[in-house]
Every structure is written in structure tokens, then in C-alpha cells.
Design a protein around this ligand. Structure first.
Ligand code: PNS
Length: 162
């Protein structure tokens, strides 16, 4: 079985994430989308449970994608699930340094796990979860930035927070 893990914060899942999931699901037999903690991002907008639910909504049509959440190192999640490939999207040069460092760090501690990079679809290369949260915080629609399926949930959450 050719399995890949697609890790991230997914706070919330964007169209860029969705595109990587969709393309990975065509290349690999099985895709684990894993919500992990990014120590550089201290205060998530959405809880782990909310992020799992949103991702599950979004991947409902894919038969070979599983959503997971893990409180630990990405490489430990991969080992526990017998996965030896990590996929990450590259939006542009600004992603490159940190992504390369992460891939090399993970390779140093787990040489049997490889990271592969997928070029982000240029339609989505400017989108980030941070940008989505910023627009949301000013009450703006995020249609086009995130999959349509999660917009009602996101809008309800923002309304309840006001
Ligand atoms: O969507 P993000 O925030 O860019 O994803 C980063 C993430 C969550 C994949 C990364 O921070 C991560 O792997 N966190 C888990 C802890 C870990 O394994 N750290 C070592 C690699 S930096």
C-alpha cells in the first residue's frame, strides 16, 4: 500500500490544502491528512475537533482519504501508521526555506521517511489560513478561499464569536 501523510495546522482548511489533498489522492493509494500542532502558531481559531469535522466534510467524496489529529511529532505519527512519505505544498519561494528546513530536520531524525513537495496550483498560491482568519476577523466572506462545504460552519462560528 502506497500511503502518504499530508500534515498541517488546517486552521482552517483552504482551497490550496484541498487541491493538494485531491491531487495526492490520485497519486497515492491512501492519504492521511493529519492535523498537528505548529509551535509557532499559538492560538488557533478552530479547535482540533472543529478542524477534524471541517476536513471530514471536505473529503467526503474521496474514498482513500482519512482525517487524523495527533499531539506529537509528525515523524512519530508517520511511524505509528507505517507511512514513509510526507507531502507538503509549496506556494512559492517564501515557503521554501522553512519547508526545506522541516523536511531536512525530519529526515535527520527519521531517514527512512521522505518528504515530497507538490507545487501549489497558481490559482491558490496567495491563499493561507492566516489570510482567511484575517478576513474572517473583519467579517468578510471567505468564499473562494476555502471549500464551499465549510462556509456555513465558518460563518456561524464567526457570528457566535461576535
Ligand atoms: O500548516 P502548517 O502550520 O504549516 O503545518 C506545520 C506542521 C503542523 C506540519 C509542523 O509544525 C509539524 O510537523 N508539527 C508537528 C511537530 C513536529 O513534528 N515538529 C518537527 C518538524 S518542524
Amino acid at each position: 500500500m502506497n500511503t502518504v501523510v499530508y500534515p498541517g495546522s488546517f486552521d482552517p482548511v483552504t482551497m490550496g490544502h484541498y487541491d493538494i489533498i485531491e491531487r495526492s489522492s490520485r497519486i497515492f493509494d491512501e492519504v492521511y491528512v493529519c492535523i498537528l500542532n505548529n509551535s509557532g502558531k499559538k492560538t488557533p481559531l478552530f479547535s482540533h475537533e472543529e478542524r477534524v469535522n471541517m476536513l471530514e466534510d471536505v473529503v467526503r467524496g474521496f474514498g482513500n482519504v482519512k482525517i487524523k489529529q495527533y499531539n506529537g511529532l509528525l515523524v512519530d505519527f508517520a511511524k505509528e501508521n507505517n507511512i514513509n512519505v510526507i507531502v507538503r505544498g509549496l506556494r512559492g519561494i517564501t515557503d521554501f526555506d522553512s519547508e526545506l528546513q522541516m523536511a531536512q530536520g525530519n529526515h535527520m531524525v527519521s531517514p527512512d521517511i521522505e518528504t515530497v513537495f507538490m507545487a501549489t496550483d497558481p490559482r491558490y498560491s496567495f491563499i493561507s489560513s492566516t489570510m482567511v482568519r484575517e478576513f474572517l476577523s473583519y467579517g468578510r466572506s471567505v468564499k473562494g478561499f476555502v471549500p464551499d462545504a465549510i462556509i456555513p460552519f465558518i460563518e456561524a462560528k464567526v457570528k457566535n464569536n461576535q
